[in-house]
Design a binder for this molecule. Structure first.
Ligand code: FAD
Ligand code: DLZ
Ligand code: SF4
Length: 514
């Protein structure tokens, strides 16, 4: 009689819900067992938005069913299950022991935190690369090696060539330029509105998860009502098709625009689904290229979209794995101010901030310019401690994972890495928000004023930021124009701006909402 071979155990994490995982190829449904576990540690390491927890747990439950339908044995541990150890490593150890598994197969994690704990655990681990990204950690490290500057644009050109996306037959960029961003900065004309958004009805599994999240995560910020996001591959595909048909054409033109009552505008709203494996980045890019080649969408939209995916998204992941763990500790501008309480409830007279924070708590979503130039810009100008603002971004967005949130917040927004990711901070006065949105018209503050009691706080804080960091930016050629403007001011004006900035910061220090 032949003895049954011991099974191998394969872990599928909540952000690895893809049928293309290498470990699914390496393992055998006839012999091996897959483990999926809802655990307290992952649901609580920051106070995740309830919508994010609903998405991840519901999508995990649906994916387990889909794997079973393909013949896999899946051990699925629910959050309330008896014996649940509360951590991924705890569950790996428990199930390794229970099944007497020969090996434990896992995929590279998204977050350094979890990967460290898994690498430190004493089990017979077999690690697989996460092939959902086009650029491996090793390939990024090779690209970075020996370069004095790691600019996204250079990385992106290489990615276009490697992936053969949007190239002319001679290998040059489609249309003659690599980047059409100059066409992508239009404010929204008064009469233009974004397309209606695709929405998905909660089925029995999602409804059960919504109840669970309502019960167990009452202490988390954000709204669970009206959850309408895709939780399966089929639904995610429908969301994507909806964007291709209704959103992509104008994506480029109005990529930077903001408008009241328009949380999504012409954005795809796919990041949360993409980051957990419900969509595949190669497929998305191929669809966009095809739409452009068929003349269905303009080049500035297609190029702009593909740049976000194979440029920014892959680049920030590369930076994260290149620089962690010390990257998370950086604070080049020496910021120490605690995060103001209004980030958690939206109670501020600043209309732009109230709108973006309100929408964020409601939907777990804000588009890039809202994150960068409103809530991010304010945190930069106000000198908020990077760790605190990073935790906020990690907590409040449905798509938030350390590998993508941290470089965007700590590097791009806070300039806390000293310019490693961006050569110049994205600091701006109220004028930028006025140009790109309709918020200022409805604001208690006056955007054209800078030093008076009712003046837009962004204005004085902007000049205060430049004045207090003058020494840091003295040698930065890209900041020279801004300092030229400051130097041309009358000394009395500079002093008044400084005093108004000081007064605003003192109000924040006193715990007042602006
Ligand atoms: P679209 O505007 O339609 O763009 C399409 C896709 O491009 C996005 O789905 C996303 O996958 C990718 N993309 C665009 N910009 C970036 C970028 N800067 N970095 C990485 N990918 C990008 N994105 C996350 O997925 N998770 C985060 O936790 C996250 N945190 C952020 C924090 C800050 C401070 C900032 C400024 C940006 C952050 N972003 C994050 C990037 C970006 O804001 C979101 O990816 C985007 O808003 C998601 O909405 P969308 O799917 O409608 O994107
Ligand atoms: C985000 C998340 C949440 C809320 N819950 C779980 C969970 O219960 N089980 C799980 O396997 N994954 C979860 N995730 C995703 C993980 O946090 C993610 O895999 C890590 O952050 C590593 O990228
Ligand atoms: Fe925001 Fe200032 Fe405009 Fe008010 S006036 S909405 S605070 S930029």
């Amino acid at each position: 009689m032949t003895r049954r071979q011991a099974p191998r155990l394969g872990l599928v994490l909540g952000d690895q819900l893809s049928f293309d995982l290498d470990l699914l190829r390496a393992l055998d449904p006839a012999r091996d067992v897959l483990l999926m576990a809802e655990v307290e540690d992952e649901t609580r390491y920051v106070p995740h938005h309830p919508r994010k927890i609903i998405l991840v747990l519901s999508a995990m439950r649906h994916f387990a069913e889909a794997l079973r339908a393909r013949g896999w044995r899946v051990e699925y541990v629910t959050l309330d299950a008896r014996g649940n150890s509360g951590s991924i490593v705890g569950e790996l150890k428990r199930w390794h022991g229970k099944l007497k598994a020969e090996e434990v197969h896992v995929t590279e994690c998204g977050e350094w935190r979890l990967e460290q704990s898994m690498r430190a655990c004493d089990l017979p681990m077999v690690w697989h690369r996460d092939r959902r990204f086009l650029c491996s950690r090793e390939a990024f490290a090779r690209w970075a090696n020996g370069r004095t500057q790691l600019r996204m644009e250079n990385f992106y050109h290489g990615m276009r060539k490697r992936s053969q996306l949007l190239l002319e037959p001679d290998g040059g960029p489609a249309g003659g330029a690599w980047n059409y961003d100059k066409d992508n900065r239009k404010p929204l004309p008064r009469k233009v509105r974004g397309p209606f958004t695709a929405s998905f009805k909660a089925d029995a599994i999602t409804t059960e998860v919504i109840d669970l999240v309502r019960r167990r995560f009452k202490d988390h910020y954000g709204n669970a009502e009206g959850f309408d996001y895709p939780v399966t591959h089929v639904e995610a595909e429908a969301l994507w098709r909806h964007f291709l048909e209704h959103g992509l054409t104008a994506f480029g033109d109005y990529q930077d625009a903001m408008a009241e009552g328009e949380p999504y505008l012409f954005h795809a709203r796919i990041s949360a689904a993409l980051n957990i494996g419900l969509l595949d980045v190669r497929r998305l890019c191929e669809d966009v290229e095809r739409a452009w080649r068929r003349n269905e969408v303009p080049l500035n939209a297609a190029e702009g979209f593909i740049r976000q995916l194979i440029g920014w998204r892959e680049y920030v992941r590369g930076i994260y794995w290149l620089r962690m763990p010390e990257y998370a500790q950086l604070n080049a501008l020496g910021n120490r101010r605690p995060l103001p309480g209004f980030y958690w409830d939206g109670q501020t007279q600043m209309r732009c901030m109230a709108q973006v924070i309100g929408q964020t708590l409601e939907l777990g979503y804000a588009h890039h310019i809202q994150r960068l130039m409103v809530t991010g810009n304010f945190a930069l100008l106000a000198g908020i401690a990077p760790a605190q603002i990073c935790e906020w971004y990690l907590a409040v967005y449905m798509d938030a994972y350390d590998w993508v949130e941290l470089p965007n917040t700590l590097g791009m927004v806070m300039h806390a890495d000293g310019g490693f990711l961006g050569s110049k901070p994205y600091c701006a006065s109220g004028k930028y928000i006025q140009r790109m949105s309709d918020h200022c018209a409805n604001c208690a503050y006056r955007v054209e004023r800078a030093v008076e009691e009712d003046a837009c706080p962004f204005n004085a804080l902007y000049w205060h930021f430049l004045m207090r960091h003058r020494r840091t930016f003295a040698g930065n050629q890209r900041m020279a124009l801004l300092y030229g403007n400051l130097d041309r001011m009358q000394p009395a004006r500079r002093e008044a701006l400084w005093q108004r900035g000081e007064a605003l910061l003192a109000r924040l220090d006193a715990g007042e909402a602006l």
